[in-house]
Design a protein around this ligand. Structure first.
Ligand SMILES: [Zn+2]
Length: 295
């Protein structure tokens, strides 16, 4: 019975969801505990501070991030969510520089940052699909990740994101990130004005994969979507001391894909799998190869 329970824990990643309440002292033991952990900095909207405050830190520690870009902000659109206009968002050259020097991932955050769940299908398709095409042609790299504006999504929006060719959809909801969550509804740990540095470190200690959401990084956070640049510097310094580098969501995707491929190869070799060797040549879809696990 115990082994069944352990197997269940391994398969579902339940252990990830059980926070260890004891604070862990910062020494070699803590570093040991973090071996193999993955940390993603998922930064939404492309605010100026990404280039001015975050980018120097990424360069300093040789780290990376997933940047969710609102496509129309690159064209100085001032409509709706983009009303803050020129100078508020990072521009094409700045993003290109970060892609080239830090390998940051470009994720689509739609064309205009609308509430996707309220759009008719034609408009929804434009926001989801066209944004990917434009980003891919502008930056010359595949765009695998879609980040839902306001975290707003439902079954229809999810379906459109999948059909538009994305491999991951990042939501705004708490939870453990692992191979068994819906890849089109990935959870995130949101850093808000009041989120303490220790809370973030504990989250990273307690999760094999941590996806951390930032919007604006400023000297003195004043609104809920802002986080302290000093805390971010301290966080990255701590990760560096622990021997951890941040990764992108697409890197996580490729790791998962590799795990699935490895499993298929093993099952086939042992002659007990349901997958034919031909399936190795086909595109492997994470969803189709895992047990249903509603979260
Ligand atoms: Zn946003």
């Amino acid at each position: 019975m115990l082994s069944v329970v352990i197997l269940f824990i391994i398969l579902t990643g339940e252990l990830d969801e059980q926070p260890v309440l004891m604070p862990v002292p910062e020494h070699d033991e803590a570093t040991e505990q973090l071996i193999g952990h993955r940390v993603v900095l998922s930064i939404d909207d492309g605010h100026r501070s990404v280039y001015e405050k975050v980018y120097p830190l990424l360069k300093k520690y040789n780290m990376t991030a997933t940047l969710a870009i609102i496509v129309n902000s690159l064209f100085n659109d001032n409509a709706g969510y983009l009303r803050r206009g020129r100078g508020y968002y990072i521009n094409y050259e700045e993003i290109k520089e970060m892609v080239d020097s830090c390998n940051v991932e470009i994720a689509s955050h739609s064309l205009s940052h609308p509430w996707l769940t309220r759009l008719d299908s034609a408009r929804l398709w434009q926001e989801v699909y066209r944004s990917r095409l434009i980003l891919e042609s502008l930056f010359g790299i595949p765009v695998l990740t879609f980040v839902y504006p306001y975290g707003a999504m439902d079954a229809r929006v999810r379906r459109f994101v999948e059909r538009a060719g994305y491999r991951l959809g990042r939501a705004v909801r708490p939870g453990a990130v692992n191979l068994w969550v819906d890849p089109y509804r990935l959870p995130v740990f949101e850093l808000r004005q009041g989120t303490g540095l220790e809370a973030v470190k504990n989250h990273i200690r307690n999760h094999k994969i941590s996806s951390i959401l930032l919007h604006r990084v400023v000297e003195k956070p004043a609104v809920f979507t802002e986080w302290s640049v000093d805390d971010l510097a301290a966080l990255l310094a701590w990760l560096d001391r622990c021997g951890l580098k941040t990764v992108t969501l697409s890197e996580i995707y490729y790791e998962w894909r590799q795990q699935v491929i490895n499993r298929i190869i093993l099952e086939w070799r042992d002659g007990r799998g349901v997958f034919s060797p031909e399936s190795l040549l086909q595109d492997i879809h994470i969803d189709a190869t895992r047990a249903f696990q509603p979260r």
